[in-house]
Design a binder for this molecule. Structure first.
Ligand code: SF4
Length: 163
């Protein structure tokens, strides 16, 4: 009985890592940051634990479909583009994003992540450029800024959401 339960848990854990909830994947032009103006593939993940007053991607809180790592990678590889941005929602809340990021880095993609700053970025592959949106008081989410992220910002971009 214990063996069956352990096997079921292993399968559940594997699915948790292999399947990501994706809002959309699209090929466009990077609109901000050091790579502004360059072609880029955007991966928007579903879900976010914050509720900023000025959020312009509320549609990504719940909308999306479950997709396997292989299915996501197949679409990304179909574009002639080596620049990737993971965004959301909050891209770092899903466990499967970490192996996806490492696979992309291993395949020589340049990976950027736009994160809200409330998730520990120390787990992110060090080859990735993290763009951390520190929350200002007007967001209503200032208390969720994670100060343990600060030492990891030396190779990253720190932006202040001030809308
Ligand atoms: S962190 Fe980003 S996606 Fe999440 S509520 Fe704030 S603005 Fe919206």
């Amino acid at each position: 009985m214990l063996e069956v339960l352990e096997k079921a848990l292993t399968i559940t854990e594997k699915k948790r890592i292999d399947v990501l909830r994706i809002n959309e994947i699209f090929y466009s032009i990077q609109g901000e940051g050091s790579r502004a103006g360059e072609p880029c593939v955007f991966i928007r993940l579903t879900g976010c634990g914050l509720r900023c007053t000025y959020c312009d991607t509320e549609y990504a809180f719940y909308e999306g479909e479950d997709r396997t790592q292989d299915n996501i990678l197949d679409q990304i590889r179909s574009y002639d583009c080596k620049l990737i941005e993971l965004t959301g929602g909050e891209p770092l809340e899903q466990e499967g994003v970490y192996p996806l990021i490492t696979t992309l880095c291993n395949e020589d993609y340049e990976v950027m992540i736009e994160t809200g700053g409330h998730v520990d970025i120390s787990r992110v592959d060090p080859r990735v450029k993290c763009i951390v949106d520190l929350k200002t008081p007007s967001s209503g989410m200032q208390s969720r800024n994670l100060t343990v992220n600060i030492p990891y910002l030396k190779n990253s971009i720190c932006s202040l959401d001030h809308r």
